[in-house]
Design a protein around this ligand. Structure first.
Ligand SMILES: [Zn+2]
Length: 221
């Protein structure tokens, strides 16, 4: 099983990131993809890139025009480096899809993944039609809708074919239940996989096998 998106370089892990990685490998995680810098030979994707129109308490800056310009530059960079995209979207799905459609010739096959999926079913459909994979995190175990959302994450899981799903933790954020509120770790990607198997009514082994295969194909591992 692979955690395709986390931030082990954040302060939350400054004292024990090696222990955290060890713990993940002990419970069966085989690879961890961390968000970092673009020129290193170990880099497998360009991300997280994308757009975010949510007004965070810590950040009043939304500026869609600037975000669009930067996003396009990031797509061009990924094209130059021949790397798939790892896209962050919050409340900006329509503009992201428009930009991707306008830059279709820049996309690889497969083009990449949407990290920490949210949005509605129509948006998901467009994401899948463009060939993207879909990342799910521990927040699929939370009850109720996130602010500004109208579609349950469980419904998005149900509507995404297993051969297009990849698993992630977004550590240190989004700990799955029953650990919500605590620091998240890549080992919890196993819990995300189990929850997906329950939603889809298939075995945890099948989810592990298929999502690992998806990850290897997408990131050329
Ligand atoms: Zn992240």
């Amino acid at each position: 099983m692979v955690d395709v998106h986390c931030h082990l370089n954040f302060n939350a892990f400054k004292d024990d990131y090696d222990e955290v990685i060890k713990r993940a490998f002990e419970v069966g995680v085989t690879k961890i993809i961390n968000v970092g810098l673009a020129k290193h030979k170990k880099v497998v994707a360009i991300g997280e890139i994308g757009m975010d129109y949510f007004r965070y308490k810590s950040n009043e800056i939304v500026d869609p025009k600037l975000q669009k310009e930067v996003f396009i530059k990031q797509i061009e960079l990924a094209h130059r480096l021949k790397k798939p995209l790892q896209i962050h979207n919050r409340h900006a799905g329509k503009d992201i899809i428009d930009i991707l459609l306008n830059h279709k010739s820049y996309l690889l096959n497969p083009p990449g993944m949407f990290h920490c999926m949210s949005g509605d079913l129509a948006f998901l459909k467009k994401v899948l039609e463009l060939g993207f994979y879909v990342g799910f995190d521990g927040n699929i175990t939370y009850k109720g809708l996130a602010p500004g959302e109208d579609t349950a994450l469980e419904d998005l899981v149900r509507a995404t074919p297993l051969d297009r799903i990849v698993l992630e933790t977004d550590s240190p954020y989004l700990s799955p239940m029953p650990f919500r509120g605590q620091r998240n770790e890549p080992k919890n990607v196993i819990i995300v996989g189990k929850f997906i198997s329950e939603i889809k009514g298939v075995s945890a082994e099948l989810v592990e096998q298929q999502t690992t295969q998806n990850t290897q194909f997408l990131f050329n591992l």
